[in-house]
Design a protein around this ligand. Structure first.
Ligand SMILES: CCCCC/C=C\C/C=C\CCCCCCCC(=O)SCCNC(=O)CCNC(=O)[C@H](O)C(C)(C)COP(=O)(O)OP(=O)(O)OC[C@H]1O[C@@H](n2cnc3c(N)ncnc32)[C@H](O)[C@@H]1OP(=O)(O)O
Ligand SMILES: CCCCCCCCCCCCCCCCCC(=O)OC[C@@H](O)COP(=O)(O)O
Length: 414
């Protein structure tokens, strides 16, 4: 292992990287907050400024992947589709198997110049993640609770807002709705069987509502669907901690450009179209498993220097004041100050570890672990309600028995 590679595994380096990410992120969140009054004066300008500010945060994770870990990203696509990438609005349908698939997706966005404006249908929980989740409010990311009865209205409204977006954007949809685990796969294949659909080997059964509503509401705004299938070489399951430790991975992405006007308008036909798309995606994964490559020629875009330059800018701006502050505290000789500094650093490290945990599959949600349609969900809520009622009932029973005993004892004494 070379010196540089050893350096990349050092905790101190990780702390510095995380410090730069957090502090720059909070500064950008603050600047985004300052653009609020501008929304009322010049909305399109406010949106453009927020795209640049968002870029400054997400490109740090791209720089970490491209320049720190040196991960290579290869694109398999038809050369005739290539000139459209980054020049039009598109819906990206991507498999959801990897902890760093969001970073790989962002890397391709960066290479085609749409990183700042990239959008996603994301679970609501992510909106609470400091820096990234807060930044997403200003980037008009569409959030869902994954409870369609509650989501329908907000999702449609958020999609409507994107109709006059001033920059080209890619709207990412992980139609599987959650990350792949063996258990979720087994359950979703039971659902597939009940629906009379063929089984998938590498994907969960897609949820069709989000896709259909996106196609419906972005027709006329978006010109194509990019069917994207991602895999990593050597059966690797990359992690954010691996990337932080400087581990190099090799991502392969297969993209097919499908003009939006070839997708059926009718909801049930659109759902059937999506099921068929996932059967095709499954075949591409099988091809990859057998041959270690996707079909079609490689036309990879080169990495650009901007993400690295942005990162170096923040490092130069923030590391020097940190060193001065730490030096002053250590020289102050006050045990209290040193202990406070230590506790503060520890708290920040725990916070960062929690954020990294958001990307980890084994800390993922239970969504898809249970087969739930609207009716089952109602029963599921009822289960909770009954459970709560039972608890209240039992507690009040115990309390009243206790009261009776106390009164009985008092009566005996008197
Ligand atoms: C090319 C490079 C990439 C470019 C990248 C571009 C941009 C990058 C931008 C940002 C990067 C950051 C990335 C962050 C990623 C974060 C991603 C997420 O948060 S994923 C989770 C949230 N998103 C989704 O869930 C989207 C997909 N889901 C849907 O569309 C859903 O329909 C829904 C809208 C969320 C609503 O879900 P809900 O569960 O409430 O309802 P459904 O109607 O879908 O479900 C009931 C339906 O499903 C059947 N069912 C039941 N159990 C299962 C099961 N286990 N598996 C499959 N299906 C199941 C049930 O029978 C019902 O069927 P039916 O529809 O016939 O009634
Ligand atoms: C330079 C960078 C330094 C890095 C320091 C650490 C930064 C930490 C960054 C945290 C980023 C948080 C963004 C999380 C995006 C994760 C997207 C994701 O994959 O979400 C999962 C959901 O789709 C489905 O959830 P599940 O139902 O599977 O559960």
């Amino acid at each position: 292992m070379g010196t540089l590679q050893v350096l990349k595994t050092q905790l101190l380096c990780h702390l510095i990287i995380c410090y730069v990410f957090l502090v720059s992120g909070f500064i950008i969140n603050l600047l985004q907050l300052c653009t609020l009054p501008l929304w009322y004066i010049n909305k399109q300008l406010a949106r453009r400024i927020n795209c640049r500010l968002g870029y400054s945060v997400s490109s740090q994770l791209v720089a970490l992947l491209e320049w720190w870990s040196g991960t290579e990203c290869t694109l398999y696509t038809d050369p005739e589709s290539y000139p459209f990438y980054g020049k039009e609005n598109a819906i990206v349908v991507l498999n959801h198997n990897f902890e760093i698939d969001f970073m790989t997706g962002w890397t391709f966005c960066e290479r085609f110049g749409v990183l700042g404006s990239s959008k996603v249908l994301a679970k609501k929980e992510l909106s609470f993640v400091p820096v990234i989740g807060w930044m997403w409010y200003f980037l008009e990311i569409v959030f869902c609770k994954r409870k369609w009865e509650e989501d329908r209205k907000t999702v449609v409204q958020s999609l409507h807002n994107l109709r006059d977006y001033p920059e080209n954007f890619w709207f990412l949809l992980h139609c599987e709705g959650t990350r792949f685990t063996e258990k979720k796969h087994k359950i979703s294949m039971e659902v597939a069987e009940k629906k009379g659909l063929p089984k998938l080997k590498y994907h969960l059964l897609p949820r069709t509502k989000g896709f259909c509503v996106t196609v419906q509401n972005l027709r006329g705004t978006v010109t194509a669907v990019y069917d994207s299938t991602l895999n990593f070489r050597n059966n690797e399951m990359p992690t954010l901690l691996g990337v932080l430790n400087g581990k190099k991975y090799h991502a392969d992405l297969y993209v097919r450009r499908i003009p939006l006007d070839t997708i059926p308008e009718d909801e049930s036909e659109c759902a059937a179209w999506l099921y068929k798309l996932y059967q095709d995606k499954d075949e591409f994964q099988e091809h990859y498993r057998q041959t270690e490559r996707f079909p079609g020629p490689i036309t990879s875009p080169p990495r650009r220097p901007w993400a690295l330059l942005n990162w170096l800018f923040w490092v130069c701006l923030l590391v020097y004041p940190l060193c001065m502050l730490l030096l002053q505290m250590l020289l102050s000789g006050s045990t209290f100050t040193v202990v406070c500094t230590f506790v503060f650093c520890l708290a920040v490290s725990v916070g960062i570890r929690w954020m990294i945990g958001q990307t980890e599959i084994d800390k993922g949600s239970n969504y898809g672990n249970k087969e739930m349609g609207a009716w089952q969900r109602l029963n599921f809520d009822k289960e909770y309600l009954f459970g709560f009622e039972t608890l209240v009932f039992a507690t009040s029973g115990i309390l009243s028995m206790h009261n009776q005993l106390v009164t009985l004892q008092r009566e005996r004494k008197t």
